[in-house]
Design a protein around this ligand. Structure first.
Ligand code: HEM
Length: 509
């Protein structure tokens, strides 16, 4: 195919335009006095360093952090410089900055090119986020029996370990399936939540956002309207999802049109919670299905990564198993499989918090500077307009100033503190515990911190605790090898090795 009105082949034309754009970007790259990571400030070397970051993000961020724990440094990304603000004071300033100066939404829109991957409507009306933060979270207790039921069936079907023979399980792919099913049992319930093709669409949609979105961002702005839709395949993915969600949503829309929000047997699920709020054009099957896909994209991979890491940690540090198993069995014996019972599983809570601390990615809490004058920290350091600025999550979680023996996995580090606090409360009547799995803090930013801290973390914690309690009470576990298979990095996006395995067998109770 040729460029319209010429004999130049289209692929050559596109590549040439991109090169011209690249040279332009090289000439006009943001200049800054903020120190760059070593070997990255040159003309070409910055692109070499950007490629190195894709494979070695932890080393690069840790090196920048240890140079000045309260400083700021920058490293080159493929599209632009990314700034890292070290230390809790800078984190506080960043999350307190007004949204017209640094913006969470703009960083997400720009990085994952939401315009093309989820659609422009999401920008003016991100109401599904409020639904997750509000109605979904409030309904977790009431919906827990459904979630628990799915966990039991999903483990049986996906892990397939039914007797006391050891079986090797590839953990990350299994976690994705289990989490996708459990999440969709809450979102859309049976039978759709068990449809393999639908689950695969939900799992893949996050890949569309993360990888295809970032690829679209590499194109110059003026080419994105052409290549964005082609690369994102948003419409075809939505069409596939509508095969499963369309009839379900249409039926619900009919009921709502006839009876409003109150009718006997109205399901307590994400579709109803969205319909409570959706107005106008949002009350159509394609629009609602897109919200459901987006709610899947933020939930499935994040929770599956945490589950896989926690299972690898359980296999690697088996001395934790006895006390957590005893805790789970005791709480279930007294309160049944309920959210209240999970609330008393302090050791499991602590183990998961520790697993997420030690395995967390290198950077997070990213914001885009949208004020033309840049964003100025109180010491006068200014981050230029258009730049991304993040917190060094990994090094923060591994800093001895924040955690004793920070590189040692200590699954009961937080539950011991909780017991100490409780003793103080009992003896002096003062103090309270503030290090639950879902509590964010400047030294614990796994879920971010401040106004945009993950609104789905209460659901994630409920799922993860219920899954861990299920594993502990039903399976024996041991590692496949002494050395954990290396994680897979693509810049700041890090996932457990999909080929990593653990041995599982049914407990002989
Ligand atoms: C272990 C699992 C999870 C982890 C580690 C995680 C982590 C995060 C992080 C780091 C952020 C960005 C916070 C910031 O930059 O300040 C975030 C945002 C978000 N998360 Fe999660 N998340 C998890 C599970 C979930 C689940 C299950 C849901 C949905 C039910 C969810 C929904 C969201 C949404 C909607 C946002 C955007 C918030 C906004 O725009 O203000 N997350 N999450």
């Amino acid at each position: 195919m040729n460029l319209p009105g010429s004999s130049i082949p289209l692929p050559y034309a596109v590549v040439s335009i991109c090169w011209v754009f690249l040279i332009y970007r090289l000439l006009y790259r943001q200049k800054s006095t903020i120190p760059a990571i070593p070997g990255s400030s040159g003309f070409i070397s910055s692109y070499v360093a950007a490629l190195r970051f894709l494979g070695h993000p932890r080393e690069i961020i840790s090196a920048g952090y240890s140079k000045d724990r309260n400083g700021i440094f920058r490293f080159p990304g493929l599209r632009r410089w990314q700034y890292i603000a070290n230390g809790r004071d800078r984190l506080r300033e960043l999350i307190a900055a007004p949204a017209h100066i640094v913006s969470f939404e703009e960083s997400v829109w720009d990085t994952f090119q939401f315009e093309y991957t989820v659609g422009p409507e999401f920008k003016s009306n991100p109401y599904h986020i409020d639904v997750i933060r509000g109605t979904l979270t409030r309904n977790l207790g009431r919906c827990f029996p459904r979630v628990r039921d799915e966990i039991v069936h999903a483990f049986d079907d996906v892990i397939g370990v039914r007797d006391t023979e050891w079986k090797l399980i590839q953990m990350y792919p299994a976690s994705l399936q289990i989490v996708a099913r459990t999440t969709n049992r809450l979102y859309v319930d049976l039978p759709v939540c068990r449809e393999p093709e639908y689950l695969q669409i939900c799992i893949n949609f996050a890949t569309v956002l993360f990888f295809r979105g970032q690829s679209i961002g590499l194109f110059p702005k003026f080419l994105r309207p052409i290549f964005g839709p082609l690369i994102s395949k948003r419409k075809s993915i939505l069409r596939q999802a509508l095969k499963f969600l369309g009839p379900l949503i249409d039926e619900r829309l009919d009921q709502e049109n006839q009876y409003g929000h109150e009718w006997a047997g109205r399901p307590n699920d994400l579709i109803s919670w969205l319909l409570d709020v959706a107005e106008g054009n949002e009350r159509t099957a394609p629009a609602l299905a897109m919200r459901i896909l987006a709610a899947n994209a933020v939930a499935i991979h994040t929770t599956s990564i945490a589950l896989t890491d926690a299972i690898f940690d359980l296999a690697a540090y088996p001395d934790h198993i006895f006390l957590m198993r005893e805790e789970a069995e005791r709480e279930v014996a007294t309160q049944g499989w309920t959210k209240a019972a999970l609330g008393n599983m302090h050791r499991i809570d602590s183990f998961l918090r520790e697993s997420m601390r030690i395995n967390s990615g290198p950077v997070g809490t990213t914001r885009k500077v949208i004020a033309k004058d840049g964003f100025e920290f109180s010491d006068g350091t200014t981050i230029p307009y258009g730049a991304l600025i993040s917190i060094p999550s990994g090094p923060t979680h591994h800093d001895a100033a924040n955690y004793e023996h920070p590189d040692t996995f200590d699954g009961f580090r937080f539950s011991r503190r909780r017991e100490e606090r409780q003793r103080l409360v009992d003896s002096e009547g003062t103090g309270s515990f503030t290090q639950h799995m879902v509590t964010t803090a400047p030294e614990y930013v796994v879920f971010g911190h401040g106004h945009h801290a993950c609104p789905g973390r209460f659901f994630a914690a409920t799922e993860l605790k219920a899954m861990m309690a299920h594993i502990l009470t039903n399976y024996d576990i041991k590692p496949e090898t002494e050395i954990r298979p290396p994680e897979i990095c693509f810049g700041e996006n890090i996932v457990p090795n999909p080929r990593g395995k653990v041995w599982l067998r049914k407990r002989d109770k």
